[in-house]
Design a protein around this ligand. Structure first.
Ligand code: ADP
Ligand code: MN
Length: 288
């Protein structure tokens, strides 16, 4: 079953119980069924039936010993994020199948209530947390049995943050619409990945990319995974996939920038276009 199909089958009550279990994860890896009964203020049999359905849909994992308890699966978190985005009126439609399955994410297309076409990116990988402030890390510790899911949340947050900053200064990145948990909603870019293009006006693509890099580096934001795979070419060319961005102030950041610029300049060089690598390096130095 697809995510939307499952979501559409769930009742308000079932969603509420799923949220209760999520809250229970602050204390428990497997949330005791007894506690779910108490917190939901529903009858024992009702809770059993709701949990049976949530389990059947693959949203929960069971543990029997030393007590009967439940843990939310990745699909369970997907459902909770969809629900919150729905309630906040950021999303009404989601495609039944993903448009992209990367190693770090699953991306669907969707629509906002006003009919705006969006990409919905479910983060599956975590950004290396070592880059983050102590405040984040101490929050992470509280969730130690949920480290993996929490890292995907950080990853979504990091991507939303970068998109917001860069879009805010007119850079060509998808407009960020919302994020919740491990999910980012952004404008859908009608385009094709740069690596798939053979004959094209590569000079025009490069001009857009360099302009966006100038803006990002001016903000002290280094992409960290820049390549022809993360550039979408439509009427204009957009840089996507920002969760692993690195602050220019970060020690060794220039290693990442060097790799980014090498990836991109070697691609364009093969297609007869020069990238002003030195100028971009200088902007990063100043943005530090
Ligand atoms: P990953 O880390 O999995 O590579 P990406 O952000 O690159 O994540 O997204 C994976 C794929 O989903 C992209 O290669 C692209 O085809 C598609 N995609 C991502 N964001 C958008 C978007 N805003 N508009 C259209 N397609 C997108
Ligand atoms: Mn990518």
């Amino acid at each position: 079953k697809s995510l939307v199909e499952i979501y559409d089958k769930l009742s308000k009550r079932e969603l509420r119980v799923l949220r209760i279990i999520e809250a229970g994860h602050k204390k428990y890896e497997f949330v005791p069924q007894e506690l779910i009964e108490r917190w939901s203020r529903l009858r024992k049999e009702q809770v059993s039936e709701i949990i049976r359905r949530l389990h059947y849909f693959g949203l929960l994992r069971r543990n029997l010993s030393p007590y009967l308890g439940w843990k939310i699966t990745v699909a369970g978190y997907d459902i909770l994020a969809i629900h919150t985005l729905r309630v906040k009126r950021k999303l009404v439609k989601i495609s039944p199948t993903p448009i992209g399955v990367g190693k770090e994410s699953v991306v669907y297309v969707g629509e906002t209530p006003s009919g705006f076409k969006v990409a919905i990116k479910f983060h599956r990988g975590g950004v290396s947390v070592f880059r983050y402030e102590e405040a984040f890390i101490s929050r992470l510790r509280k969730y130690k049995h949920l480290r993996q899911i929490y890292e995907t949340r950080l990853s979504a947050f990091a991507e939303f943050f970068a998109l917001d900053k860069i879009f805010g200064v007119g850079g060509l990145v998808p407009e960020p619409i919302a994020y919740n948990r491990h999910v980012v909603v952004m404008a859908y870019i009608d385009g094709i990945e740069l690596y798939r293009l053979t004959y094209y006006d590569f000079k025009k693509v490069a001009d857009d990319i360099v302009e966006t890099l100038r803006k990002a580096l001016g903000l002290g934001i280094i992409h960290g995974d820049l390549s022809p795979y993360n550039i979408l070419v439509g009427k204009r060319s957009y840089i996507i996939d920002w969760p692993q961005w690195i602050p220019a102030s970060y020690p060794n950041s220039s290693t990442y920038l060097k790799r980014d610029l090498e990836n991109i300049s070697s691609f364009f060089k093969k297609n007869g276009v020069e990238i002003p690598v030195d100028e971009l390096f200088k902007i990063a130095e100043e943005g530090r």
